[in-house]
Write a protein that binds this ligand. Structure first.
Ligand code: SAH
Length: 283
């Protein structure tokens, strides 16, 4: 199901000739010095950004005999990736990212032995981490037809930080917003030892997006509302893609893809899904 949405003027820095912009994307706020940004003293302060530092990028993760997993986690992830392939996931970079990120690090130790099963798991405060095949499906939709990395990406719903970590392998830069302080802190804790320098965690209402980082090559939401917030469409670059759950008709939540083109937005409604609700405000 596809329908044309009204055209929005292209952001000044987006070039229609170059679909899916690369990084660096131009910031729409006054320039901020790196130390100021890290210290949270610049215009981003409203969102309490917390970059994961220092900048060692994707340090190799040794195969571990993880507590609670009870076996070599690399081997279990390999099995999970084979299952994803059997379910139809083909994008090499997506499979590599799913192979690389240790999902068991993001759930409570009591649930670690289920971390590589095809199941969603509770992460606290009534929220859940999506099933691996849902994460992989959404990543594939974002990366469809591309071999190079995505540019700047916005994620709404950091949760425990797992999907943000996967995204960081597929993108040049990731901004991930969470509205629940408890989960924002938990994600920061889960991600600290991974030292992912291109991932920035923000505490804020993701329904407003994060205008300071726009335009985004991709926007992904892990929570679904009644519609796609207008701010997300505004902040998506021309050539960019948005993937989010949304209620498209009475009570039915589906995965929605929006491709922003120079002449308007093309919206595709895909399979039914079950995500936690998108809520406004910070708690
Ligand atoms: N991708 C996450 C999944 C988290 S579940 C992971 O890998 O763990 C979805 C998350 O969206 C929840 O943590 C919920 O608090 C958050 N959320 C819901 N509405 C939001 C909003 N308006 N802004 C930011 N986060 C929101």
């Amino acid at each position: 199901m596809k329908r044309q949405l009204p055209a929005k003027p292209a952001p000044a820095s987006a070039s229609p000739a170059r679909l899916r912009p690369g990084f660096p994307a131009k910031l729409s706020v006054p320039a901020q010095t790196e130390p100021a940004r890290k210290a949270g003293t610049g215009p981003m302060l409203r969102y309490a950004p917390s970059a994961i530092e220092p900048p060692a990028r994707h340090a190799p993760v040794p195969a571990v005999r993880a507590a609670g997993v009870g076996m070599d986690s690399q081997a279990v992830r390999e099995a999970m990736v084979r299952k994803l392939q059997a379910q139809g996931v083909t994008h090499p970079a997506v499979l590599a990212a799913m192979r690389a990120v240790e999902r068991h690090r993001f759930v409570d130790s009591a649930l670690a032995n289920q971390a590589y099963e095809d199941t969603s798991l509770p992460i606290g405060l009534g929220q859940t981490i999506s099933k691996p095949n849902v994460v992989a499906r959404m990543m594939e939709l974002l990366c469809q037809g591309r071999t190079e990395k995505l540019g700047r990406v916005l994620e709404i719903g950091t949760g425990c930080g797992y999907q943000a970590a996967v995204l960081s392998h597929l993108s040049r830069e990731v901004y991930s917003i969470e509205r629940l302080r408890g989960l924002h802190d938990k994600a920061r804790e889960n991600l600290r030892s991974l030292r992912i320098s291109n991932l920035h965690l923000l505490l804020g209402d993701g329904m407003l997006g994060f205008a300071q980082g726009a335009p985004y090559a991709a926007i992904i939401a892990a929570a679904g509302g009644h519609d796609i917030p207008a701010a997300w469409i505004d902040q998506l670059a021309v050539g960019g893609r948005l993937v989010a759950p949304a209620i498209v008709e009475a009570g039915r939540q589906n995965l929605v893809v929006i491709d922003k083109t120079a002449t308007g937005c093309v919206r595709s409604v895909l399979e039914p899904v079950l995500f936690v609700p998108l809520k406004s405000g910070i708690a």
